[in-house]
Design a protein around this ligand. Structure first.
Ligand code: LRH
Length: 471
């Protein structure tokens, strides 16, 4: 039996609505809407335009039901960590963007009370300055006390669609307030950090039903009223990992878009001193798996470089830029893409220059050299993290999978293979939407089985492209 489900997949630069047709031997995607996600700087900081995104998602869903009236279920995923505060169902402000500088305040406030090593024992997370608990600590105390619920972005959209407020577990694991040992809210930690623990909504697992569409929403998007919103791996990276066509005991994955999330999937927590020292995270995966991974700055460095040039009046065509990067024969600097200076928006080429000067390296000279230098630096960071993930997680990594938009960047795939000395299997590009769709389809009964069975379907329908390492 085949059936249809719809995925709302919100990325840091664009969102999409995709219809999936799924059955035992079928996994087909039909993109129905794609819309930009443009963060807005205002006087108090950098925000997401959450209402614009929600409106675009509703328009996309209406199109989806017009094309495919038999859609049974909707699933929502997005980037992690960011949230809206609500009181009596009313949103109290536009969610902040995790790249906003206010998180520095929050880090200082939290670490004064609890150092990272102690937090790691409780929540299993790598240190990232924008983990939700640091963001809460940067909020005005009165606002936190006034709010009665905090919802991460996909949970907020799910709430607006159904009227039901829940915290999906894979994304909740990125807040820093979920106990790593049993995936329940760490109310003691919240209280110790001055975060009202009443803000944390009841948890829901991927595959569980969030609820039926509210009647007014069903009417607005012309959907049958019995369509369910199903919890998926609402952290985009959790959904992407579901759809990596890998053998998890012999592979590392790189979910490469704005970020490069590099790791292995394991079935037990890795809270060792090595994991702490290497700043690896134990994020919650679908079906209780552990995503042992490390955030690498990702294609953000390249896209922000291109935006910097565009802001100064130069039109840049990305495919042409990457072609010219491939032709570069001069040595280019390999810089540390994970240096925190590359996190905020701004003049990326200038920061690369500054990094090179501080490290006594000649900076790139041409646009092609900048692009090549960024690709080489990402490839090196990816290769190192993939091998380290295997070492820390006890996985014999023989293949590296790259999924997401980065799988389209042939130079990046090839150079990652070269630098790791391992084959890279690239694709699917739409891994996040596929993972979202697979979890819904299994919940709806169009499919059955473990993650291995779901990945087997991905292998059969979306064969990856292979890049062998060159000498
Ligand atoms: C990727 C991602 C990543 C998080 C970051 C905030 O989109 O969800 O896994 O660390 O955004």
């Amino acid at each position: 039996m085949t059936g249809h489900v719809a995925a709302v997949d919100l990325g840091a630069t664009s969102g999409r609505v995709i219809v999936g047709r799924v059955g035992a031997d079928t996994l087909e995607l039909t993109p129905v809407a794609r819309f930009p996600n443009t963060p807005v700087p205002v006087s108090d900081g950098l925000h997401w335009d959450i209402l614009g995104l929600y409106g675009a998602a509703l328009d996309g869903l209406r199109d989806a039901f017009r094309r495919e009236p038999t859609i049974r279920s909707i699933g929502i995923d997005s980037w992690a960590v960011d949230y809206g505060l609500l009181r009596d169902g009313r949103l109290l402000g536009n969610p902040f963007h995790y790249r906003d500088a206010r998180t520095e305040r929050g880090v200082a406030a939290v670490h004064e009370r609890m150092p990272h090593a102690e937090l790691f024992e409780r929540n299993g997370l790598q240190f990232l300055p924008f983990n939700t608990l640091y963001q809460y600590a940067a909020e005005p105390v009165d606002l936190l006390r006034f709010a009665d619920t905090a919802l991460l972005v996909p949970d907020l959209i799910g709430y607006w669609l159904t009227g039901i407020a829940r915290a999906e577990q894979t994304n909740a694991s990125t807040t820093g307030l979920l106990r790593v040992l049993d995936a329940s809210w760490d109310h003691d930690l919240a209280r110790a950090l001055g975060i009202p623990d009443g803000l944390l909504p009841p948890l829901i697992k991927p595959g569980e039903t969030l609820g039926a569409l509210s009647p007014d929403i069903a009417a607005a998007i012309r959907a049958p009223e019995d369509v369910a919103v199903t919890a998926v791996g609402s952290h985009d990276t959790a959904s992407a990992v579901v759809a990596v066509p890998m053998q998890a005991d012999a592979a590392a994955y790189i979910s490469c878009g704005t970020w490069g999330l590099v790791g292995v999937e394991v079935d037990r927590l890795v809270l060792t001193p090595e994991a702490l020292a290497a700043n690896f995270t134990n994020e919650g995966g679908v079906d209780g798996r552990v995503r042992l991974l490390h955030n690498i700055m990702g294609l953000w460095v390249l896209s922000e470089t291109v935006r910097t040039w565009e802001r100064s009046g130069h039109a840049i065509d990305l495919p042409t830029l990457l072609d010219s990067a491939e032709e570069v024969t001069a040595a280019v600097p390999v810089f540390d893409v994970n240096d925190p200076r590359f996190l905020p928006p701004g003049d990326m080429p200038g920061r690369i220059d500054a990094w090179c000067e501080e490290h006594s390296m000649a900076p790139p000279r041409t646009r092609a050299e900048y692009a090549r230098s960024i690709v080489e630096s990402l490839a090196q960071a990816f290769a190192d993290a993939a091998i380290e993930a295997g070492r820390i997680g006890g996985v014999d990594v023989r293949t590296i999978h790259i999924v997401g938009g980065g799988a389209l960047n042939e130079l990046l795939c090839q150079r990652t293979a070269d630098r790791a000395g391992l084959p890279v299997l690239a694709g699917p590009v739409e891994a996040t939407a596929l993972g979202n769709i697979l979890v819904q389809a299994r919940a709806a009964g169009f499919l059955s089985g473990s993650l291995e069975a779901l990945r087997d379907l991905v292998v059969r329908t979306h064969a990856p492209r292979r890049f062998d390492p060159r000498a």
